[in-house]
Structures are given as C-alpha cells and as structure tokens.
Ligand binder design. Structure first.
Ligand code: SF4
Ligand code: SF4
Length: 179
C-alpha cells in the first residue's frame, strides 16, 4: 500500500474518539501511561522512523514474517494525528472475514489486550456509532490492499487465540496456586 493511501485511511480517525468527549480526559489517558509497545500496520513504521519520540522494533514471528512495533513514551496521547493506527482505534479491534463472494465482513470487538486498563470495557455500549463507523471505514479502505488484508486476518486470529487461552486459564484451576 502506498504511504499516500495509508495516510488517507488512518486520517479518517484523526478527529473522532470512542466517546462524544475525549475519553482520555476522563481516565487520564490510562492506555498511554508509561512506556508502551504498539503494533504497527505494514508500512506504518516509515511514519515513525525519523521521529525521536518513537523507537521502531521488528520481531521475527514463528511463521518467518516480521512483526513491526513502535515503542512510545506517552508522547502522543494529546495528539490523535500522530498516533499509530491501533491507538486510534483502541479499545476496538477489527476481526475480518471474507465470505464466499469475496466480500469483506468486519466485526468490531474489544481488544482483549486492553481489558485491565480501559474503563470502556465495563461500558462498551458507550462507544459511539460514529466512532465504530469510522473505524469500519478506515479498515475497509486498508483491506483493499492484499497485504493489509492478510495482516488483519492473521493478527485477528492471533488475538482470538490469545483470548481463548486466557479464558481457558481463568476457568481451569491453576496448578501453581498450590505451590
Ligand atoms: S484507556 Fe480507554 S477510556 Fe482511557 S483513553 Fe484509552 S481508550 Fe479512552
Ligand atoms: S497513543 Fe501514543 S502515547 Fe498513547 S499508547 Fe499510543 S503511541 Fe503511546
């Protein structure tokens, strides 16, 4: 995907927040506290490569692909425009399905990594329709690119597997409790 298209898609989210008011002002930006490490979209790392406030890191996955992240230090909670895409859509995450007619279906879920810090997990009905609509629109535009579509599908599978494992651990008596 060209940088121009990536910027256009992520810009859709510059002026919206999950609530009608900026939720960061209510929780003192709980999701930006301390040093954070955020997933980046394919190609998004170029936007942060020369920004001294961010450090880009790359990990090799078990599948042999690169997983690109950025490390931040509370440096953009007050500025939505420079946020990485996944911070712009937090606390939502899109699960992507492609039906038998190659149509893309987007299911928005709460990002399971944020449950311990984001107060909206207890009141998800407060997340506005406008915010959800813009997230869907941005994701749909990004998914026109095959690499991006693969990325969303694989990262969604990863998060689902993580959530399933978490649920299993919660419902199983943990053996280490007896130590
Ligand atoms: S933790 Fe949740 S409520 Fe607080 S700023 Fe982040 S998304 Fe908004
Ligand atoms: S919005 Fe900025 S400061 Fe907050 S977690 Fe994301 S990258 Fe870090």
């Amino acid at each position: 995907m060209t940088m121009e298209k990536l910027r256009r898609a992520t810009k859709i989210l510059d002026a919206v927040t999950p609530l009608r008011i900026d939720c960061g002002r209510l929780c003192h930006a709980a999701c930006c506290k301390g040093e954070g490490e955020i997933w980046l979209l394919p190609g998004e790392e170029k936007l942060y490569a020369n920004n001294p406030g961010f450090t880009v890191k790359s990990y090799e996955t078990e599948q042999g692909t690169n997983s690109i992240h950025v490390i931040c230090k509370e440096n953009c909670w007050f500025n939505r425009e420079i946020r990485p895409f996944f911070c712009k859509i937090f606390p939502l995450y899109p699960l992507i399905m492609v039906d038998e007619y190659e149509r893309i279906r987007i299911r928005l879920v709460l990002d399971p990594r944020g449950g311990s810090l984001c107060p909206l997990f207890s009141r998800p009905e407060k997340i506005t329709r406008t915010f959800q609509k813009k997230v869907r629109l941005a994701v749909r535009l990004l998914c026109r690119d095959p690499e991006m579509l693969t990325f969303f599908r694989e990262s969604g599978d990863f998060l689902l597997a993580m959530e399933e494992l978490k649920q299993q651990l919660i419902s199983t008596e943990a053996p280490w409790e007896s130590l």
